[in-house]
Design a protein around this ligand. Structure first.
Ligand SMILES: O=C(O)CCC(=O)C(=O)O
Length: 284
Protein backbone atom coordinates (compact mmCIF):
# COMPACT_ATOMS: atom_id res chain seq x y z
CA UNK A 1 0.00 0.00 0.00
CA UNK A 2 1.34 3.46 -0.92
CA UNK A 3 2.66 5.67 1.87
CA UNK A 4 0.14 8.46 1.31
CA UNK A 5 -2.69 5.93 1.81
CA UNK A 6 -1.11 4.62 5.01
CA UNK A 7 -0.73 8.21 6.23
CA UNK A 8 -4.33 8.98 5.34
CA UNK A 9 -5.55 5.99 7.36
CA UNK A 10 -3.69 7.00 10.49
CA UNK A 11 -4.43 10.74 10.11
CA UNK A 12 -8.09 10.57 9.15
CA UNK A 13 -9.04 7.09 10.37
CA UNK A 14 -10.12 5.70 7.00
CA UNK A 15 -8.93 5.16 3.45
CA UNK A 16 -10.25 3.74 0.17
CA UNK A 17 -7.91 1.61 -1.94
CA UNK A 18 -8.95 0.92 -5.54
CA UNK A 19 -8.63 -2.34 -7.53
CA UNK A 20 -7.63 -4.62 -4.64
CA UNK A 21 -9.86 -7.65 -5.26
CA UNK A 22 -9.83 -9.31 -8.70
CA UNK A 23 -12.84 -9.22 -11.02
CA UNK A 24 -12.87 -13.01 -10.93
CA UNK A 25 -13.36 -13.02 -7.14
CA UNK A 26 -15.94 -10.20 -7.27
CA UNK A 27 -17.97 -11.95 -9.98
CA UNK A 28 -17.94 -15.23 -8.06
CA UNK A 29 -18.93 -13.49 -4.81
CA UNK A 30 -21.85 -11.80 -6.57
CA UNK A 31 -22.93 -15.08 -8.16
CA UNK A 32 -22.94 -16.78 -4.75
CA UNK A 33 -24.72 -13.84 -3.13
CA UNK A 34 -27.42 -13.92 -5.83
CA UNK A 35 -28.01 -17.60 -5.03
CA UNK A 36 -28.20 -16.90 -1.30
CA UNK A 37 -30.76 -14.13 -1.81
CA UNK A 38 -32.79 -16.41 -4.07
CA UNK A 39 -32.67 -19.22 -1.47
CA UNK A 40 -33.83 -16.78 1.24
CA UNK A 41 -37.33 -16.80 -0.30
CA UNK A 42 -37.95 -20.03 1.63
CA UNK A 43 -36.60 -18.62 4.90
CA UNK A 44 -39.21 -17.15 7.23
CA UNK A 45 -37.12 -15.50 9.95
CA UNK A 46 -33.52 -14.54 10.70
CA UNK A 47 -31.25 -17.50 11.48
CA UNK A 48 -27.53 -18.31 11.68
CA UNK A 49 -27.01 -17.30 8.02
CA UNK A 50 -29.60 -14.64 7.25
CA UNK A 51 -30.47 -11.35 8.90
CA UNK A 52 -33.84 -10.55 7.31
CA UNK A 53 -35.62 -7.22 7.35
CA UNK A 54 -39.14 -6.95 8.74
CA UNK A 55 -40.77 -6.82 5.30
CA UNK A 56 -38.94 -9.89 3.91
CA UNK A 57 -41.25 -12.32 2.12
CA UNK A 58 -41.16 -15.03 -0.53
CA UNK A 59 -42.17 -12.70 -3.37
CA UNK A 60 -39.78 -9.86 -2.51
CA UNK A 61 -36.85 -11.18 -0.47
CA UNK A 62 -35.23 -8.54 1.71
CA UNK A 63 -31.96 -9.72 3.23
CA UNK A 64 -30.10 -7.18 5.33
CA UNK A 65 -27.04 -9.30 5.97
CA UNK A 66 -25.38 -12.66 5.38
CA UNK A 67 -23.84 -13.54 8.76
CA UNK A 68 -20.26 -14.90 8.87
CA UNK A 69 -20.15 -15.35 5.05
CA UNK A 70 -16.63 -16.90 5.22
CA UNK A 71 -18.36 -19.92 6.81
CA UNK A 72 -21.16 -19.94 4.24
CA UNK A 73 -19.15 -20.14 1.00
CA UNK A 74 -15.40 -20.52 0.30
CA UNK A 75 -15.27 -17.46 -1.98
CA UNK A 76 -15.70 -15.13 1.00
CA UNK A 77 -12.95 -16.94 2.91
CA UNK A 78 -10.69 -16.67 -0.15
CA UNK A 79 -11.26 -12.92 -0.39
CA UNK A 80 -10.62 -12.55 3.36
CA UNK A 81 -7.25 -14.31 2.96
CA UNK A 82 -6.32 -12.89 -0.44
CA UNK A 83 -2.90 -11.27 -0.85
CA UNK A 84 -4.36 -8.01 -2.12
CA UNK A 85 -6.46 -7.49 1.01
CA UNK A 86 -3.91 -8.86 3.48
CA UNK A 87 -1.08 -6.75 2.09
CA UNK A 88 -3.13 -3.63 2.83
CA UNK A 89 -4.06 -4.80 6.34
CA UNK A 90 -0.47 -5.85 7.15
CA UNK A 91 0.77 -2.42 6.03
CA UNK A 92 -1.36 -0.95 8.82
CA UNK A 93 -1.43 -3.57 11.59
CA UNK A 94 1.75 -5.59 11.08
CA UNK A 95 2.32 -9.25 10.19
CA UNK A 96 0.29 -11.05 12.89
CA UNK A 97 -3.43 -10.87 12.20
CA UNK A 98 -6.54 -12.42 13.66
CA UNK A 99 -10.03 -12.14 12.20
CA UNK A 100 -12.66 -10.66 14.52
CA UNK A 101 -15.72 -11.33 12.33
CA UNK A 102 -17.06 -11.24 8.80
CA UNK A 103 -20.47 -10.08 7.58
CA UNK A 104 -21.96 -9.16 4.23
CA UNK A 105 -24.25 -6.14 4.41
CA UNK A 106 -26.41 -5.98 1.30
CA UNK A 107 -28.33 -2.72 1.66
CA UNK A 108 -30.79 -3.74 -1.02
CA UNK A 109 -32.12 -1.33 -3.65
CA UNK A 110 -35.33 0.59 -2.87
CA UNK A 111 -35.15 0.71 0.89
CA UNK A 112 -32.10 -1.15 2.30
CA UNK A 113 -31.90 0.11 5.87
CA UNK A 114 -29.73 2.83 7.39
CA UNK A 115 -27.09 1.99 10.00
CA UNK A 116 -27.04 4.51 12.84
CA UNK A 117 -23.84 6.30 13.89
CA UNK A 118 -21.60 4.05 15.94
CA UNK A 119 -18.02 3.02 16.72
CA UNK A 120 -17.17 -0.67 16.27
CA UNK A 121 -14.97 -0.39 19.37
CA UNK A 122 -18.09 0.18 21.47
CA UNK A 123 -19.19 -3.37 20.58
CA UNK A 124 -15.86 -5.15 21.10
CA UNK A 125 -13.24 -3.23 23.13
CA UNK A 126 -9.81 -4.92 23.21
CA UNK A 127 -6.54 -4.59 25.11
CA UNK A 128 -5.30 -2.25 22.35
CA UNK A 129 -6.99 -0.63 19.36
CA UNK A 130 -4.86 -1.93 16.48
CA UNK A 131 -8.03 -3.16 14.83
CA UNK A 132 -9.69 -2.18 11.59
CA UNK A 133 -12.60 -3.04 9.36
CA UNK A 134 -12.15 -3.78 5.67
CA UNK A 135 -15.14 -3.30 3.37
CA UNK A 136 -14.87 -5.11 0.05
CA UNK A 137 -17.17 -3.39 -2.45
CA UNK A 138 -18.92 -6.14 -4.43
CA UNK A 139 -20.66 -3.50 -6.54
CA UNK A 140 -20.02 0.17 -7.14
CA UNK A 141 -20.73 2.29 -4.11
CA UNK A 142 -21.92 5.83 -4.89
CA UNK A 143 -23.63 8.76 -3.15
CA UNK A 144 -27.08 7.34 -4.00
CA UNK A 145 -26.92 3.74 -2.77
CA UNK A 146 -26.01 4.33 0.88
CA UNK A 147 -22.20 4.42 1.09
CA UNK A 148 -20.38 4.16 4.42
CA UNK A 149 -20.13 7.63 5.98
CA UNK A 150 -17.08 8.45 8.12
CA UNK A 151 -16.43 11.29 10.56
CA UNK A 152 -12.78 12.18 9.85
CA UNK A 153 -10.36 11.96 12.81
CA UNK A 154 -13.02 10.58 15.14
CA UNK A 155 -10.72 7.57 15.79
CA UNK A 156 -8.72 9.88 18.06
CA UNK A 157 -11.78 11.20 19.86
CA UNK A 158 -13.77 9.89 22.81
CA UNK A 159 -15.81 6.70 22.89
CA UNK A 160 -19.34 8.00 22.46
CA UNK A 161 -22.31 6.87 24.50
CA UNK A 162 -23.96 3.88 22.75
CA UNK A 163 -26.42 3.23 25.58
CA UNK A 164 -30.17 3.73 25.59
CA UNK A 165 -31.62 6.19 28.15
CA UNK A 166 -32.96 3.09 29.95
CA UNK A 167 -29.38 2.01 30.60
CA UNK A 168 -28.77 -0.89 28.19
CA UNK A 169 -26.34 -1.02 25.25
CA UNK A 170 -28.13 -0.34 21.95
CA UNK A 171 -25.10 0.12 19.68
CA UNK A 172 -26.04 3.56 18.34
CA UNK A 173 -25.13 7.13 19.20
CA UNK A 174 -27.90 9.62 19.88
CA UNK A 175 -26.80 12.73 17.92
CA UNK A 176 -28.23 15.00 20.63
CA UNK A 177 -25.54 13.69 22.98
CA UNK A 178 -22.72 13.26 20.45
CA UNK A 179 -19.42 15.15 20.61
CA UNK A 180 -18.82 15.08 16.82
CA UNK A 181 -20.33 17.06 13.96
CA UNK A 182 -22.31 14.76 11.63
CA UNK A 183 -22.16 17.45 8.93
CA UNK A 184 -18.49 16.58 8.47
CA UNK A 185 -19.29 13.05 7.24
CA UNK A 186 -17.32 11.80 4.22
CA UNK A 187 -18.91 9.14 1.93
CA UNK A 188 -16.67 6.24 0.90
CA UNK A 189 -17.47 5.79 -2.78
CA UNK A 190 -15.56 3.60 -5.23
CA UNK A 191 -15.89 0.93 -7.89
CA UNK A 192 -16.43 -2.79 -7.29
CA UNK A 193 -13.17 -4.44 -6.28
CA UNK A 194 -12.03 -1.47 -4.19
CA UNK A 195 -11.75 -1.80 -0.41
CA UNK A 196 -12.57 0.66 2.32
CA UNK A 197 -10.58 0.50 5.55
CA UNK A 198 -11.64 2.20 8.77
CA UNK A 199 -10.15 2.24 12.24
CA UNK A 200 -12.13 0.45 14.97
CA UNK A 201 -12.74 3.73 16.82
CA UNK A 202 -14.10 5.64 13.79
CA UNK A 203 -17.58 7.08 14.10
CA UNK A 204 -19.48 5.87 11.05
CA UNK A 205 -22.93 5.00 9.74
CA UNK A 206 -24.88 4.95 6.47
CA UNK A 207 -28.19 6.17 5.04
CA UNK A 208 -30.88 3.93 3.65
CA UNK A 209 -30.59 2.94 -0.01
CA UNK A 210 -33.32 4.64 -2.02
CA UNK A 211 -31.64 3.89 -5.37
CA UNK A 212 -32.32 1.09 -7.84
CA UNK A 213 -28.91 -0.49 -7.20
CA UNK A 214 -27.91 -2.85 -4.35
CA UNK A 215 -24.91 -1.89 -2.21
CA UNK A 216 -23.34 -5.19 -1.10
CA UNK A 217 -20.22 -4.81 1.05
CA UNK A 218 -18.27 -7.73 2.52
CA UNK A 219 -17.07 -6.43 5.90
CA UNK A 220 -14.16 -8.13 7.66
CA UNK A 221 -12.74 -7.12 11.04
CA UNK A 222 -8.98 -7.71 11.44
CA UNK A 223 -7.08 -7.35 14.73
CA UNK A 224 -3.37 -7.23 15.49
CA UNK A 225 -2.90 -10.61 17.15
CA UNK A 226 -1.85 -8.95 20.42
CA UNK A 227 -5.24 -7.20 20.74
CA UNK A 228 -7.26 -9.42 23.10
CA UNK A 229 -11.00 -8.87 23.59
CA UNK A 230 -12.03 -7.38 26.93
CA UNK A 231 -15.30 -9.30 26.73
CA UNK A 232 -13.25 -12.49 26.90
CA UNK A 233 -12.93 -15.46 24.57
CA UNK A 234 -15.10 -18.56 24.32
CA UNK A 235 -12.23 -21.07 24.02
CA UNK A 236 -8.56 -20.64 23.24
CA UNK A 237 -8.95 -23.05 20.30
CA UNK A 238 -11.70 -20.94 18.74
CA UNK A 239 -9.67 -17.76 19.38
CA UNK A 240 -6.46 -19.09 17.85
CA UNK A 241 -8.47 -20.70 15.04
CA UNK A 242 -9.23 -17.18 13.85
CA UNK A 243 -5.55 -16.42 13.15
CA UNK A 244 -5.19 -15.36 9.50
CA UNK A 245 -1.43 -14.94 9.25
CA UNK A 246 1.67 -14.69 11.42
CA UNK A 247 1.86 -15.91 15.00
CA UNK A 248 -0.42 -15.74 18.01
CA UNK A 249 0.71 -13.16 20.58
CA UNK A 250 0.30 -12.40 24.26
CA UNK A 251 -1.99 -9.43 24.97
CA UNK A 252 -0.49 -5.94 24.65
CA UNK A 253 -2.14 -3.42 26.96
CA UNK A 254 -2.44 0.15 25.70
CA UNK A 255 -3.99 3.13 27.44
CA UNK A 256 -7.20 3.15 25.40
CA UNK A 257 -10.60 4.62 26.33
CA UNK A 258 -13.22 1.95 26.96
CA UNK A 259 -16.93 1.78 27.70
CA UNK A 260 -18.21 -1.75 28.13
CA UNK A 261 -21.33 -2.76 26.13
CA UNK A 262 -23.24 -3.85 29.22
CA UNK A 263 -25.94 -4.53 30.10
CA UNK A 264 -26.87 -5.93 26.67
CA UNK A 265 -30.03 -4.89 24.82
CA UNK A 266 -33.07 -6.86 26.10
CA UNK A 267 -33.18 -8.79 22.82
CA UNK A 268 -29.50 -8.65 21.81
CA UNK A 269 -29.05 -9.44 18.11
CA UNK A 270 -27.45 -7.94 15.00
CA UNK A 271 -26.65 -4.24 14.83
CA UNK A 272 -29.93 -3.73 12.96
CA UNK A 273 -31.92 -5.36 15.76
CA UNK A 274 -30.07 -3.55 18.55
CA UNK A 275 -30.26 -0.16 16.85
CA UNK A 276 -34.01 -0.48 16.48
CA UNK A 277 -34.15 0.53 20.13
CA UNK A 278 -32.12 3.76 19.76
CA UNK A 279 -33.85 6.80 21.24
CA UNK A 280 -32.86 9.43 18.64
CA UNK A 281 -32.60 8.12 15.05
CA UNK A 282 -30.23 10.10 12.81
CA UNK A 283 -31.16 8.71 9.40
CA UNK A 284 -34.91 8.82 8.71
O1 LIG B 1 -23.35 -1.55 6.06
C1 LIG B 1 -23.19 -0.41 6.50
O2 LIG B 1 -23.53 0.58 5.87
C2 LIG B 1 -22.56 -0.17 7.84
C3 LIG B 1 -22.13 -1.40 8.49
C4 LIG B 1 -21.54 -1.24 9.83
O3 LIG B 1 -20.98 -0.25 10.19
C5 LIG B 1 -21.66 -2.38 10.72
O4 LIG B 1 -22.32 -3.38 10.37
O5 LIG B 1 -21.08 -2.30 11.83
Amino acid sequence: MKKHLIDQFWNEGFVVVGSVVSKEYIDEANRVLGGLIEASRKVKSSDTIYDLSDHHNEQIPSVRRIKAPHLVDPIFDQIMRSDGVLNCVRALLGPNLRMEHSKLNIKQANGGEAVEWHQDWAFYPHSNDDILEVGVLLEECNEENGPLLMIPESHRGPIENHHHPDGFFCGAIDLDQATFDAEKAVPLTAKAGAITMHHVRMVHGSRSNQSEQNRPILLIGYCAADAWPLRGISTIEEFEGRMICGETQLPRLDKVPVRMPYPPAPDEGSIFENQRLVAGKSFQ
